[in-house]
Write a protein that binds this ligand. Structure first.
Ligand code: ATP
Length: 354
C-alpha cells in the first residue's frame, strides 16, 4: 500500500567516473510502499543510481536520504535495503534453505527464528517444497525466486531489483512479472526496479522514471508516460512512434508532410518548429477516399497476432501503422489522425526537464 511519506529522497545527485558524467543532477522522490521502475536504454545510468541507493557506490555530488536519514556514510549492510541482481548470485555450494538463511546466520539470529523466517520467505515466493534442493538443480525462474526470498527474509524497507528477470525466457518473464506484482502487494514494502524493457515497466509500476544519458526525462504513472510523453525521446522509447518535423501555423494547427492538421493547443507559438509524435495505433488506415488527410502506398504488411503492422509511404515519409484491417503491399490508402492523437513536443530530443 503506497503512502504519502517519502522513503527514498535522491537530491541533485551526480556521479562521475573520471571525465564521464554517468548521472547528471538526478532528483527523485520514492514514496513508502511504491513500486517505482527506473527505465532507460543500456548505459543510461540506471544501475549506477540503484547502486548509489544500495551503497555499493557513492555519489560525486548531491545527497540520498532513506527514511529521512542521510545515508552517504552508511555501509550497504546497514541500510534498510536489499538488492536482487540479474545474475542470481546464489551460493552454489549451499542448498535453497541455507542460501536464504545465510544473512540471518551471519547476524547470529536464533535458529527457531531463522527457521520461521526462511519458511515464510519460501512460501512468499512459492518455493515451499524446495528447501533442501541444490540451487544448481533449479530452473532460472526458480533460482530468481530463491534470490528474492533471500532478499526479503531480512525484512528490508526497500527492495532494489536490478533487471531481475532479464535472464529468463519470455513466458517465464511474464509469469514472474505477475508474481512480483503480487509479492509487492502482499509484502507492502517499497520496490525500486531497474529495467530497459518498456512493457515490463508499464505492467509492473506505480511510477516510472524514464532516464536517458544520466538524466531523468520524465517521472509519471504508466498511462501518463505512455499517453503524454514529455518529449520525443520518451515517446520513442515507450512504444513505437512516428516522429515528424512540424511547424505550428497557429495554436491549434500544425503542418507536417505538406499538410495542415488540427491539433490540441499545447501553447506553442506561431511558426515554432516542433516534433510531432503519432502512435502507430492512432493512425486510421482505409481505402483512398475524400476523408484522407494523407494518402500513400503500403510498403510492408506483417501479421502480428492481434493486429497488422504496416508501413505506408506518404510523400517522403514512411508511417508505421497498426490496424486490425489488412492492406496488401502496393495498396493505395488514406490515413487519418484525430487532433488529440497528435502530440506536439518541443524540438529538443533530450530535454532536461528536471
Ligand atoms: P545497462 O542496462 O546496460 O546495465 P545502465 O543504464 O544500468 O545500463 P550503468 O550500468 O549505470 O547503465 O552505466 C552507465 C554508464 O557508466 C556506462 O557507460 C558504464 O560504462 C559507465 N560505468 C558504470 N560503472 C562504471 C565504473 N565503475 N567505472 C567507469 N564507468 C562506469
Amino acid at each position: 500500500m503506497q503512502e504519502d511519506k517519502s522513503i527514498i529522497e535522491v537530491s541533485h545527485v551526480s556521479k562521475y567516473f573520471g571525465e564521464k558524467t554517468v548521472l547528471d543532477n538526478v532528483t527523485l522522490d520514492v514514496k513508502k510502499g511504491e513500486f517505482v521502475t527506473i527505465l532507460g536504454p543500456s548505459g543510461c545510468g540506471k544501475t549506477t543510481l540503484l547502486r548509489l541507493i544500495a551503497g555499493f557506490q557513492t555519489a560525486s555530488e548531491g545527497e540520498i536520504r532513506i527514511s529521512g536519514k542521510e545515508i552517504t556514510q552508511t555501509p550497504p549492510h546497514k541500510r534498510p535495503v536489499n538488492t536482487v541482481f540479474q545474475k542470481y548470485a546464489l551460493f552454489p555450494h549451499l542448498n535453497v534453505y541455507d542460501n536464504i538463511a545465510f544473512g540471518l546466520k551471519l547476524k547470529k539470529t536464533a535458529k527457531a527464528v531463522i527457521d520461521k523466517k526462511v519458511k515464510a520467505a519460501l512460501k512468499m515466493v512459492g518455493m515451499t517444497d524446495y528447501e533442501y534442493r541444490d540451487v544448481d538443480s533449479l530452473s532460472g525462474g526458480q533460482q530468481q525466486r530463491v534470490a528474492i526470498a533471500r532478499a526479503i527474509v531480512n525484512e528490508p524497507e526497500v527492495l532494489l531489483l536490478d533487471e531481475p528477470l532479464a535472464a529468463l525466457d519470455l513466458k517465464m518473464r511474464k509469469d514472474m512479472q505477475m508474481e512480483l506484482k503480487e509479492m509487492h502487494k502482499s509484502l507492502g514494502i517499497t520496490f525500486v526496479y531497474v529495467t530497459h524493457d518498456q512493457e515490463e515497466a508499464l505492467t509492473l509500476s506505480d511510477t516510472i522514471v524514464v532516464m536517458s544519458e544520466g538524466k531523468i526525462q520524465q517521472i509519471g504513472i504508466p498511462t501518463d508516460i505512455y499517453n503524454e510523453p514529455i518529449n520525443s525521446f520518451v515517446a520513442d522509447f515507450i512504444g513505437e512512434s512516428n516522429i515528424l518535423n512540424g511547424t505550428m501555423i497557429h495554436d491549434k494547427l500544425v503542418r507536417f508532410c505538406g499538410t495542415e492538421f488540427e491539433c490540441v493547443d499545447e501553447g506553442f507559438g506561431e511558426n515554432t518548429s516542433v516534433d510531432v509524435v503519432i502512435r502507430p495505433e492512432d493512425l486510421y488506415i482505409f481505402p483512398i477516399s475524400d476523408m484522407a488527410q494523407l494518402t500513400g502506398v503500403v510498403q510492408t504488411s506483417i501479421f502480428k497476432g492481434v493486429h497488422y503492422e504496416m508501413t505506408v509511404l506518404c510523400g517522403t515519409h514512411e508511417f508505421l501503422v497498426q490496424d486490425y484491417h489488412h492492406f496488401e503491399v502496393g495498396a493505395e490508402v488514406g490515413l487519418l489522425v484525430k487532433p488529440f492523437d497528435i502530440h506536439i513536443m518541443k524540438k529538443e530530443r533530450l530535454a532536461n526537464t528536471f
